[in-house]
Design a protein around this ligand. Structure first.
Ligand code: ZN
Length: 84
């Protein structure tokens, strides 16, 4: 993959909000901001996240978010890992 193509994909990942948990069909989405660091390069990943309204209030959501943050890799590091 060329350098420019990779940059484009990377920017796209940042702009889009990530979805965590579940969003039921027709359910209201909750948007929130969470500071997430890549677990590999420690880079802070900006951008919003989304989840479903009913899921947002559950204990499971907090747990999932915690686990997500513990295992998160930024786009670049994910790319590197895939190529190995
Ligand atoms: Zn990284």
């Amino acid at each position: 993959m060329s350098f420019f193509r990779r940059c484009f994909l990377y920017l796209d990942t940042i702009k889009k909000s990530m979805i965590i948990g579940r969003i039921l069909e027709g359910e209201k989405k909750i948007k929130f901001n969470e500071k997430i660091n890549c677990t590999n390069c420690k880079k802070l990943v900006p951008g919003g996240m989304q989840t479903g309204e009913s899921y947002h209030k559950t204990k499971l959501f907090e747990k999932d978010l915690e686990n997500f943050k513990k295992s998160y890799l930024c786009g670049m590091c994910r790319d590197k890992k895939r190529r190995k």
